[in-house]
Design a protein around this ligand. Structure first.
Ligand SMILES: [Zn+2]
Length: 407
């Protein structure tokens, strides 16, 4: 059984319902829309409803009706790694790491790109577009190529060189924009209404958003349907965060899991609009931001999805935290040395935030904590290590080996 159980769209603000279709906001109040499913079959059949491998294993809870539209590069079912050495170092009982760098383009974006490009096919579009700091751009470009669609990628001028290379290799059209994400996204969002391309942005499109919900389904399935107590998710505008919460809530409503984990929103301190509002108990005030090493989190105005993130945090006894760039870079090295996982700065921001929250005793270390690490480190730009090299004969080689191994 691979039919989609999607039944309609609902406004998260006023509750108005709309039939399935390519709609980006509520016709009554302009609120964001979310997809609603008939969860009764999931309640009756349980996990037996899910078949096959990868992201489309969860096709019943995704909004793509025709299997022919379900584009794939082999995304999903990324490793959920038990990290005992890192747990001991941080002083927590059990630490799980959901490593999204294992996806085809090295990031969590592949989940939303799969459903975005599938929806572009479903609604008959010939081109896609996105405004990106790098990861979303190469992911949307790759999935568009895979589906035979044009892609118009607007990329951050300070995106790392490996990210630019990747985007240039996969897209049909690459345009670099001046400034940060916030400087272009407002204009681009206005253009979306003209339907020249399918909206692959993070601001409004419920179909794109939906792919990331599979993060929650996988974490639940990989823990035997008893998910961790706490899940730490990254927040730029809040797409990964809100999608993950939606996934856990659906499973809870269908009786698949006993409870929804406590969610922690993680931001870079240099782009922390959601965290500030959470701490101060206020609405979100957009920030004018500069550069952060966590390029993928560089959004100062998270818009309506940021407000949704904040509402979910407050309703679900969640927690929010941020970390400075030097803490993020330290977490990157620590993770590589203690567990062998090489993740990018955007990806390890969650780990840096967890480290801070544990030091501040804001979380119970006796709980099982899962950290979503959103990207590979292979697209990180850094100073090239020294290339000073040695020429050996047998004796000098042997001497070096004995010395290095302390023999
Ligand atoms: Zn509404």
């Amino acid at each position: 059984m691979t039919d989609s159980l999607a039944s309609h769209l609902a406004c998260i603000e006023c509750g108005a319902t709309l039939p399935l279709g390519y709609r980006l906001e509520c016709e009554k109040c302009r609120g964001l829309l979310e997809l609603v499913y008939d969860l009764a079959p999931l309640g009756r059949q349980g996990p037996a409803l899910f078949t096959g491998a990868g992201l489309w294993r969860y096709a019943p809870v995704l909004p793509i009706a025709d299997p022919a539209h379900r584009v794939t590069l082999g995304e999903g079912m990324t490793p959920l790694l038990d990290c005992p050495r890192l747990a001991a170092r941080l002083g927590v009982r059990r630490l799980l790491l959901k490593f999204e760098g294992a996806n085809p383009t090295g990031t969590v974006k592949d989940r939303s790109s799969a459903t975005a490009v599938a929806a572009a096919l479903q609604f008959g579009f010939a081109a896609t577009s996105v405004v990106s700091s790098g990861n979303a751009g190469s992911s949307i470009a790759a999935y568009s190529a895979r589906a035979g669609l044009r892609s118009l990628i607007f990329a951050y001028e300070r995106a790392s060189a490996p990210k630019l290379l990747h985007m240039a290799a996969t897209t049909t059209d690459l345009v670099l924009y001046r400034g940060v994400y916030d400087d272009l996204i407002g204009l681009w969002d206005r253009l979306v209404g003209e339907r020249l391309f399918f909206d692959c942005g993070a601001s409004r499109n419920a179909y794109k958003h939906e792919g990331k919900k599979t993060l929650a389904y996988e974490i639940a399935e990989q823990t035997g349907w008893r998910p961790p107590d706490v899940v730490v998710a990254p927040v730029a505008v809040g797409e990964t965060f809100t999608a993950t919460v939606r996934g856990f809530r659906e499973m809870h409503a269908a009786g698949l899991i006993p409870r929804v984990p406590r969610m922690v929103a993680a931001q870079a301190a240099r782009a922390n609009a959601v965290v500030r509002a959470f701490r101060d108990g206020t609405v979100i005030t957009p920030l004018k931001i500069g550069y952060t090493v966590a390029e993928g989190l560089a959004a100062g105005d998270p818009g309506r999805k940021g407000a949704w993130t904040l509402a979910l945090l407050r309703a679900g006894r969640g927690l929010a935290g941020d970390a400075e760039d030097d803490e993020i870079l330290a977490a990157q090295t620590t993770l590589a040395r203690t567990e062998g996982v090489w993740a990018g700065p955007t990806g390890v921001a969650t780990l840096a935030v967890l480290t801070r929250l544990l030091a501040a005793k804001a979380l119970d270390p006796a709980q099982t904590i899962c950290v979503i690490v959103s990207e590979t480190g292979l697209k990180t730009e850094a100073v090239t290590p020294s290339r000073a090299a040695t020429a050996f004969d047998f004796d000098s080689l042997r001497r070096l080996v004995l010395e290095r191994l302390g023999r």
